[in-house]
Write a protein of this length. Structure first.
Length: 116
């Protein structure tokens, strides 16, 4: 089992940046895939970015060129660098991990609010 704790959210103006962190309670070296999702009020949860154990990365179309996901196995942490933030990026951002067995874990989420 693994617990995921997100941090780094907050209030930022349009055009600003934030870096989210997802700290795992144990080694993530063997975890197949780690990712960031987001959910805005009244909307479905959607993929933002994910990175596999082999460092293959997938980005949602709406964040390409603005967001960057990285994985630090030594620190058991996954990061999401978010630049050029827009008001429509406002959401709760959740960390996700998928074991080789297919078992999936979620963090509690961190609120990101983009507003002037």
């Amino acid at each position: 089992q693994v617990q995921l704790v997100e941090s780094g959210g907050g209030l930022v103006q349009p055009g600003g940046s934030l870096r989210l962190s997802c700290a795992a309670s144990r080694s993530i070296f063997s975890i197949n895939e780690m990712g960031w999702y987001r959910q805005a009020p009244g909307k479905r949860r959607e993929l933002v970015a994910r990175i596999t154990r082999g460092s293959l990365i997938t980005y949602a179309e709406f964040v390409k060129g603005r967001f960057s996901i990285t994985r630090d196995n030594a620190k058991n942490t996954v990061y999401l660098q978010m630049n050029s933030l827009k008001t429509e990026d406002t959401a709760v951002y959740l960390c996700n991990a998928i074991e080789p067995s297919g078992i999936e874990y979620w963090g509690q989420g961190t609120q990101v609010t983009v507003s002037s």
